[in-house]
Design a protein around this ligand. Structure first.
Ligand code: PMP
Length: 337
């Protein structure tokens, strides 16, 4: 028995009950562990879907070049699709992203252009602007635009939602998703609410992002937006993949709390998660007063911790940012962590 290509291993990821790391929460918490996808993240699902839809619509033609602004995970999925379907890839990313993520994309044959993080989206140097410009200048290219390309949320409506419904035998009461483009939370949330309108969908955001404020007030004012460290979540604009009608609550988490929680999940469950998984579970703790004993919470863990070994899993990196206390000489002598 074999598969025709690596692409057939996308999806059907395991759901795993969290045991030690959820002490203090009143109910069952299940993790949908998306790093089991071949590119080690949930984004493989939407990447292949966006490519397939573009092929069907004639936007992506044989020998074409796929162009995208990506924090790494979408690029990974697109690169897997490109290798197997004969396309080239050019990605733009920001200097905030892990070096590991950029090197992985290069290993998969993509050209990667690193752009500055701290500029407005409209700035000609921003990774959005650079990718758009490249798409205009490159013949036979397809600009993916994961933010506004609705095949993104469709992938989750068609796959992630049904998988979670089946794996919980319809018992899920809360879906918790750290959100960036909004594809995962909207597509999965829409499917689950169609199955049972009482399911609560919570989107988890980072402090510094615009999304929570927009959700709560409808304002698009970016005055309170500021740079943050957590990768893959939060935005300084509202992508079209968001459909706020499927979201019941938005909660913000700090970079520090998310990093500490990700390390806790890894240490206490042996599930080696990425940064945004920490945001998602921290969000559940912050909202625990809304939970009851019989609730069944499903938290999406978006990607794998290996991409963050030089960051949240590195003590010096954590200490430099005040996320871990600097060890005193007394601690070191007594061998305390
Ligand atoms: N976590 C990580 C690590 C991601 O790469 C992404 C994708 N930007 C998300 C969370 C958020 O997923 P979505 O874009 O579907 O909202």
């Amino acid at each position: 028995m074999w598969l025709n290509s690596i692409l057939e291993t996308i999806g059907n990821t395991p759901m795993i009950e969290l045991n030690k790391s959820v002490k203090g929460l009143p109910c069952k918490v299940l993790a949908k562990v998306e790093y089991f996808n071949p590119g080690n993240s949930v984004k493989d699902r939407m990447a292949i879907k966006m490519v397939e839809v573009a092929e069907k619509e004639g936007l992506l033609k044989p020998g074409g070049t796929i162009i995208e602004g990506t924090s790494g995970n979408t690029g990974m999925g697109l690169a897997l699709a490109a290798i197997n379907k004969g396309y080239k890839c050019i990605f733009t990313t920001t200097d905030k992203q892990s070096k590991e993520k950029v090197d992985i994309l290069k290993a998969l044959g993509a050209e990667v252009i690193v752009c500055p993080t701290n500029v407005e989206p409209e700035d000609p140097q921003s990774y959005y602007s650079v990718s758009r410009r490249l798409a205009q200048q490159t013949p036979n290219s397809f600009y993916v635009n994961q933010y506004d390309n609705l095949a993104n949320r469709l992938a989750h409506y068609e796959q992630t939602g049904p998988e979670i419904w089946e794996q919980t035998e319809g018992k899920i009461t809360h879906l918790v998703v750290a959100s960036g483009t909004g594809g995962t939370v909207t597509g999965t949330g829409k499917y689950l609410k169609e199955k049972n309108k009482d399911i609560q969908v919570w989107a988890i955001d980072s402090y510094g992002s615009l999304l929570t404020k927009y959700y709560r007030t409808g304002e698009l004012d970016t005055k309170e937006v500021y740079p943050y460290i957590t990768e893959g979540i939060g935005e300084d604009f509202v992508p079209q993949n968001f459909d706020m009608q499927y979201i019941d609550y938005f909660e913000q988490v700090t970079d520090k709390d998310a990093a500490i929680m990700a390390r806790k999940i890894t240490k206490e469950e042996g599930i080696f998660v990425g940064y945004s998984a920490g945001s998602a579970l921290q969000g559940v703790f912050q909202l625990k007063d809304k939970l009851k004993k019989d609730d069944v919470v499903v938290v999406v863990f978006h990607d794998h911790g290996s991409r963050y070994v030089g960051k949240i899993y590195n003590d010096e990196w954590m200490m430099e940012r005040g996320f871990l206390e600097v060890k005193t000489l007394k601690d070191i002598i007594s061998g305390r962590k």
